[in-house]
Structure formats: C-alpha cells, structure tokens
Write a protein of this length. Structure first.
Length: 68
C-alpha cells in the first residue's frame, strides 16, 4: 500500500502532465519554486496544507483530488 506522501506526489505529477504543464509552469502558477515542485513529485518533501491548497488551485482541482 502506498503512503499518503507517495499518493500525493503521484497525483500532483499525473495531474500536471494531464494539463500539459511543466514543473516550472506549475511552480509559477502556485507561487512555489520549481525545484520544490520536483521534490514534492519525487516524494522527497512533506507539504503543509497551505502548499497543498496552492498546488490544488493551480491545477484547478480540490485538495481531496490530490489525496485519492
């Protein structure tokens, strides 16, 4: 079974790719650094609820969609 961190990381990456966004563009849209987005997608960083909300808004999804 995957950890919540792995699920979040995978969902962010998959949704970003489905929307045709680069890590750099997602970072810009969510007001985060590009390398931070990369670390999130690799499951190297734990994120706060505030960061999760920024990413969800940039991807135009609910936070719950990033955790399913």
């Amino acid at each position: 079974m995957s950890s919540i961190l792995e699920i979040f990381a995978s969902n962010v990456r998959n949704l970003r790719l489905q929307k045709g966004l680069s890590q750099e563009k997602l970072a810009e849209m969510s007001n985060l650094h590009r390398t931070y987005i990369g670390m999130i997608e690799r499951g190297e960083r734990k994120v706060t609820i505030v960061v999760a909300e920024k990413i969800a808004r940039a991807l135009k999804v609910g936070i719950c969609d990033l955790l399913k």
